[in-house]
Structures are given as C-alpha cells and as structure tokens.
Write a protein that binds this ligand. Structure first.
Ligand code: FE
Length: 444
C-alpha cells in the first residue's frame, strides 16, 4: 500500500493549524529556560533541549520539504546537527549547535515554508501523510520536552494552549472495582480506513481472547504507597529476576520522585515542587518492573496489550457473553477526545483523580483509558503479522523485542495523536516517562 493520509480528514486548513500549533507549543515549552537549562546535564534518557527543538524542525524539513517535495536543504549542516539516527546520543552535547536565536530562526523558516506549501500547492494524500508525520513527531517531542522538565526539576511549563481553557477538575475520588470482559475473536490493530496510521499498528488481525477481569481504573498513589509501606521494594519475592537486578542496580526503595516525610507519609516531586501524595490520582513515573512487582504483591497481573485494546475498543454482543464485531475508535465511541472525556493536552498540568471523567468510560466501564497516564501492558513490543516499515524506517523496527508496550496516552499527550490502537513503547526500566498501569485479576 502506498503512503497516504486521508485529505478529507486532514485538510490543508487543519494541517496548517496543526503545524502552527505544534511549533508554538515547542517554542512555549522552552521559552522561560536559561541558555544553561537549554543544554542541561548529559543523561541517557533525555536530549539537550537546544538540540531537541532544532531536531523537530529538521525532521519536518527532511520529510515534508526534502523527501516529499524534493527541495534542497535550508542549511547545508542540518543533517550533521540534527539527524537523530546518524548522531549518537551522547554526541548531541558536544555538537557545534547554532545559537538559540539561530535555532529559533531555522524553526520558523521551516514552519513558514511548510505553511506556504499548504497554502499554495495541491494537497495530495502523500503530502498530507508527511505533514501529519511531522506534526505527530513534534507532538511526541513536546511530550518528551515536558518530561525532561520534570526529570531536571524545572518549573511546570506555561502554555497559552492551557491558559483560558476551562480548567478540568482534578477531583473525582477513587474508582475501585473490576469489570468482567467477555472473550471472543478480536481484530487487534488499525483498519485501512484509519486516516493516518503508524506502521506498528498495521494491520488489524484476529486474535482469540479469553474472558478476563480488569480494574475500572489505574492503580492509585494510595494503592502503590501501601505496597511501598509493606516493604515492597525490600522483598525479593515480589520481583522478577530482571526486576530485582534493576532494583539493586539503582538502589530503588520507592518511586523515583517520592520522598518519605514521616512513616507512612509520602511526598512527591511535581516539576520543581514537592507535594503530598494525591491518594486518588494514578501512580505515575513507575517502570515496568515496579508495575510487575506491585501486581505480584497485590495478587494481580498486567493486561496484555490485546486485552487493553479489547477493554478500550470492544463492545459486548447482544447476549453480553461474547465480544461484538464492532470496534470503537476511542473508549467512549468514535468522536474525538473532549475535556469531559479525557485528560490530555496539558489541560490539567498533571493527573486527575482516577474517578474523574465518567463520560470517557469504555463500553465495559473502564475509565480514563485515553489520557491521564500511560499504561504499561505485559506485552513485548513486537511487529504485527505482515509488518513492513514505513518510510520513517527507524520509528518502530529498531525497538522491537526489548521494549514493552504502553497504551492510552497521558495528560501531556496531544489528543490529535491518539486512538485505541495507538502503541507506545519504552524500555522496562524507564521511570522518567508519564507511565502508570492498570491491573487484571489472575485467571480463576
Ligand atoms: Fe525525533
């Protein structure tokens, strides 16, 4: 199949708005930082922000202007500066990067040339694909820039997107309990009518799913604190071999941004501020090993990625005993996310209670499957049957096998990026990302 995006969904006008909006967010996410903060310490989990903002513009130039339209590079040194495939990670701190002003000028130049193309040229499905790709890539980096600010203890970003929008309430309390989800044949993955799709979602294929029992909500901070206070990080029996090795190597005694104020009283760091645990909000910044250990302690397990997708996208048939054939694009139906349904787009500048946003429930009564917190699944990130890489070959293929799948998006993720079939993937030791988890009952 050729590379294309649906231009009835992604019109030139919509794409122009997104190109502007994504770039504005990138600018705003770093606008208050000093030049020193724009470089920051060399850590394997982040990029120097001055490099990262140039890289998103370079990616857009490479795929939209150079690849799709055959234009010459704007800067002859651009590949040597910002090509993330060619430049080893640690090298990014040692590059002769242009100044901040020059980098911002390049970012505006690329944006304006793309906007001019959208205004003047015919929008082909292929061009629409590459513009979408560049916007969604930038969206992933604006999420990464936000967690970099958390990692480095910078203040929360100030975004005009958030200012003036009606703030969503973080209240909602806990949402205990499980739902029973029927089994049947489920078509895992995206269908060809999806207007834009990443290679790792292709294509929907039948999987046989047994009935399972899943929590209505992700694990909360209070629930995770009970595990920590029960000596969860000290007791070998809750941890897998690989998990225990990780725990010993980094000396983990509790989630990375937690601090014990007094016995049983925890605080956590949110950007540059310490706050008492919010008991009914989901635990966040825990890695796959920590999620796995919690599950063993609680007598639970992580869902597989197809169970997660069934819970989010599936519907019961008329009898209620089997899965229906129909699949929803989002937990609540096919309409795009709204503030009443999902906590996305930095709107709450943090997580909300797991009991909030009742309007976003799935057909089976699982809440907040889209937004708030990424959810680890038990599954390795692997290609679906018949996988072939799309033109951006390094998006998925290099990461198959040693990453775990996460689903659903978090409070930072852009709503335009997500759908039920969207697969995210991180190494199991990453706890700097916006990840939590939801559990399933052990099979009876
Ligand atoms: Fe990138």
């Amino acid at each position: 199949m050729t590379i294309r995006a649906d231009t009835t969904v992604f019109s030139a006008r919509t794409l122009s708005e997104w190109v502007r909006d994504a770039r504005r967010c990138t600018f705003e996410l770093v606008a208050d930082l000093t030049d020193e903060q724009m470089i920051g310490p060399l850590l394997p989990i982040i990029n120097p922000l001055l490099w990262e903002i140039g890289h998103v513009a370079w990616f857009q130039e490479k795929w939209v202007l150079r690849h799709a339209l055959g234009r010459e590079p704007i800067r002859p040194d651009a590949d040597a500066l910002w090509d993330s495939i060619a430049i080893p990670h640690d090298e990014r701190w040692r590059l002769p990067l242009p100044s901040r002003e020059q980098t911002l000028a390049y970012m505006r130049e690329v944006r304006d040339r793309v906007l001019e193309v959208l205004e003047r040229s015919e929008l082909t499905p292929e061009l629409a694909y590459f513009v979408c790709l560049s916007v969604f890539h930038e969206d992933m980096h604006t999420e990464a820039i936000t967690y970099t600010r958390q990692t480095l203890g910078y203040p929360p970003p100030k975004l005009s997107l958030v200012v003036g929008t009606s703030a969503i309430s973080a209240e909602g309390g806990p949402l205990p309990g499980d739902v029973e989800i029927p089994g049947g044949t489920f078509w895992l993955g995206a269908t060809p009518d999806e207007p834009f799709v990443f290679d790792n979602e292709k294509w929907a294929h039948p999987v046989s799913v047994r009935p399972f029992v899943m929590a209505r909500a992700p694990v909360t901070q209070a629930e995770f604190a009970a595990f920590v206070d029960d000596g969860g990080y000290r007791r070998r029996e809750w941890w897998s071999e690989a998990g225990w090795q990780w725990r010993e190597r980094v000396g983990a005694e509790h989630p990375v941004y937690w601090r014990r104020e007094a016995p049983g009283r925890w605080w956590r760091r949110h950007f540059d501020q310490w706050v008492p645990l919010e008991p009914h909000r989901p635990v966040i910044h825990v890695n796959w090993y920590e999620a796995e250990a919690y599950c063993r302690w609680a007598g639970r397990r992580l869902p597989t990625e197809w169970e997660w997708e069934v819970a989010a996208a599936g519907e019961p048939d008329a009898s209620g005993a089997r899965l229906a054939e129909r699949k929803r694009r989002f937990p609540w139906g096919d309409e795009p996310p709204t503030p009443e349904r999902a906590n996305l787009d930095w709107r709450a500048m943090g997580c909300v209670d797991v009991g909030a946003l009742a309007a976003g429930e799935s057909a089976f009564g699982c809440r907040q499957m889209i937004g708030n917190v990424w959810e680890w699944t038990s599954s390795d990130f692997l290609p679906y049957p018949g996988f072939t890489p799309d033109p951006y070959k390094e998006y998925s293929q290099p990461w198959f096998g040693d990453h775990k799948v996460l689903r659903g998006g978090c409070w930072v993720t852009r709503g335009r990026l997500l759908r039920n079939t969207w697969r995210n993937f991180y190494r199991p030791d990453r706890r700097d990302v916006w990840a939590g988890f939801r559990t399933c009952a052990l099979s009876r």
